[in-house]
Design a protein around this ligand. Structure first.
Ligand SMILES: *[C@@H]1O[C@H](CO)[C@@H](O)[C@H](O)[C@H]1NC(C)=O
Ligand SMILES: *[C@@H]1O[C@H](CO)[C@@H](O)[C@H](O)[C@H]1NC(C)=O
Ligand SMILES: *[C@@H]1O[C@H](CO)[C@@H](O)[C@H](O)[C@H]1NC(C)=O
Ligand SMILES: *[C@@H]1O[C@H](CO)[C@@H](O)[C@H](O)[C@H]1NC(C)=O
Length: 354
C-alpha cells in the first residue's frame, strides 16, 4: 500500500515537472521569437509573426551563415566581421551595395535560412513539415552496393521555399530594380549550393558488423561545405548589368580566358554569384558599410597571398610582437585513466598591421 502511494506521488511529481518544464522552455522562447519578429519589416514581419519560432530559426540560420563567412574570409582584408544579423535582415550597410562581398553575404545567409528551417523540419519541430518520404524502396548507384531508403531524409525543399519567401525581395518591392534582381539571383545561388551538394548517410544493419541491410537517407551538406563552395563562386563572381528591357541581368565581363563569348547568351548561370559595383579596397575602417579596416590584423610575413602582410596591411607596414603562452606539453598517459601534462612556454613571433 505504502509502496503504491509512493509510486503514485512519484508519477505525479514527474508530470508536474514536465508541465513546468514545458512552460519554462516554451514560453520565453516564444517571447524571444516575437521580440525578434518585432524589428523586421513588411513581408518578413508578417511571416515572422505568423510563425515566430520559425522566424527565430531563420535568425539562427543567418547567425550560422555569418560564422561560416568569418571562417571563410579570415585570410582577407574584408573578413566578414563587421556584419551583424540586423544588417542581413534589414539589408543595411554592406548588404546595401551590390558588391561581390554583398553577393556572398546574400547567398550564404539565404542558404543558412534554408538549412536551419530544413533541420527544424527533420527534428519534428513543426507540425506542417517533417522528413522527406518521397524516396522509398531500394536505391543503387554505379560502383556501390545497393541500399534501402529509410530513416529521416532531409526535406531540403521545405527550407528552400521558406528561404525564398522570407529572404528574397518581397512582392511589393520594385522587383525589376537591378539590386533586387541581383539579390534574388544570389539568394538562389546560395540555396542551390545546398541542393547541388545533397548527399546521403548510411547505416549498416546485420549480425556482428556485417552489412546485410544498408539503410540510407538524404542529408544536406554541412554549412562549412556550402560556405567553401560559395567562396569558390565568390572568386569567380560575374559583373552584370540590366539588359535593354530592364528585365534580365546580363554579363559585363568576358569569359575568364579572355575568349569572346557568344554575345546572344550572356545570362549568368544560376549557380554563379553576380555583382554590379566594384568593391573598395577595405583598407580603412568605414562604419557606414560595416568595414573594420585592417589595422591590428595578424598577418603572415612569408605569405604572398591575401593573408600576407604586404596585401593585408595595404602597404602601411606591420609591427612585430614576441608572444609567449603556456601550453600543455610532454603529456603522458597514466594507467588508468588520466593524462598528466607539463606546462611549457611556447614562444612565437606575431605580425600585426600598422
Ligand atoms: C523586350 O520585351 C519585349 C516584350 O517582353 C520583347 O518582345 C522584346 O524582344 C524585348 N527586347 C529585348 C531587347 O530584349
Ligand atoms: C577581422 O578583422 C577585425 C578588424 O581588423 C579583427 O578585429 C578581427 O579579429 C578579425 N577577425 C578574424 C576572425 O580574423
Ligand atoms: C604563412 O605563409 C606560408 C607561405 O604561404 C605558409 O607556409 C605558412 O604555413 C603560413 N603560416 C601561418 C601561421 O599561417
Ligand atoms: C618531459 O618529461 C621528461 C621526463 O619527466 C623530463 O625529463 C623533460 O624535461 C620534460 N620536458 C619538458 C619540456 O618539460
Amino acid at each position: 500500500m505504502i509502496a503504491r502511494i509512493w509510486l503514485l506521488s512519484f508519477v505525479f511529481i514527474i508530470v508536474l515537472a514536465a508541465i513546468d518544464g514545458r512552460k519554462g522552455t516554451r514560453q520565453p522562447r516564444n517571447e524571444a521569437a516575437l521580440g525578434f519578429c518585432s524589428w523586421l519589416k513588411d513581408h518578413q514581419l508578417k511571416k515572422c509573426q505568423a510563425h515566430p519560432l520559425r522566424g527565430l530559426a531563420a535568425r539562427d540560420g543567418v547567425e550560422l551563415a555569418l560564422k561560416e563567412c568569418r571562417d571563410q574570409f579570415s585570410d582577407r582584408r574584408w573578413n566578414c566581421s563587421g556584419v551583424t544579423i540586423a544588417d542581413v535582415f534589414q539589408r543595411e550597410r554592406m548588404l546595401k551595395v551590390d558588391s561581390k562581398e554583398s553577393s556572398y553575404l546574400h547567398a550564404i545567409t539565404a542558404a543558412g535560412v534554408a538549412y536551419q528551417i530544413t533541420k527544424g523540419c527533420s527534428l519534428g519541430n513543426w507540425e506542417d513539415c517533417g522528413c522527406d518520404t518521397r524516396q522509398q524502396g531500394r536505391g543503387q548507384k554505379a560502383g556501390e552496393p545497393s541500399w534501402e531508403w529509410g530513416g529521416c531524409s532531409e526535406h531540403y525543399k521545405k527550407g528552400y521555399d521558406y528561404s525564398t519567401d522570407f529572404m528574397d525581395p518581397g512582392k511589393n518591392a520594385e522587383k525589376k530594380s537591378i539590386s533586387n534582381q541581383i539579390i534574388t539571383h544570389n539568394n538562389e545561388a546560395g540555396r542551390k549550393a545546398i541542393k547541388d551538394n545533397m548527399d546521403k548517410s548510411c547505416k549498416c544493419h546485420g549480425v556482428s558488423g556485417s552489412c546485410t541491410v544498408r539503410v540510407c537517407w538524404r542529408t544536406m551538406p554541412k554549412m562549412a561545405k556550402v560556405a567553401s563552395e560559395l567562396r569558390r563562386k565568390f572568386e569567380n563572381a560575374l559583373k552584370v548589368k540590366l539588359n535593354k528591357n530592364k528585365t534580365k541581368l546580363t554579363r559585363l565581363s568576358r569569359g575568364r580566358r579572355g575568349r569572346k563569348r557568344n554575345t546572344n547568351n550572356r545570362r549568368p548561370s544560376p549557380s554563379s554569384l553576380v555583382y554590379a559595383v566594384n568593391s573598395p579596397d577595405f583598407c580603412q575602417a568605414d562604419e557606414k558599410y560595416g568595414i573594420l579596416g585592417t589595422l591590428g590584423r595578424t598577418c603572415n610575413k612569408t605569405s604572398t597571398g591575401t593573408d600576407g602582410c604586404r596585401m593585408l596591411c595595404c602597404g602601411r607596414g606591420y609591427n612585430t610582437v614576441n608572444r609567449v603562452n603556456d601550453v600543455k606539453c610532454n603529456c603522458t598517459f597514466i594507467w588508468c585513466c588520466h593524462v598528466k601534462c607539463d606546462w611549457c612556454k611556447k614562444e612565437w613571433v606575431e605580425h600585426t598591421c600598422k
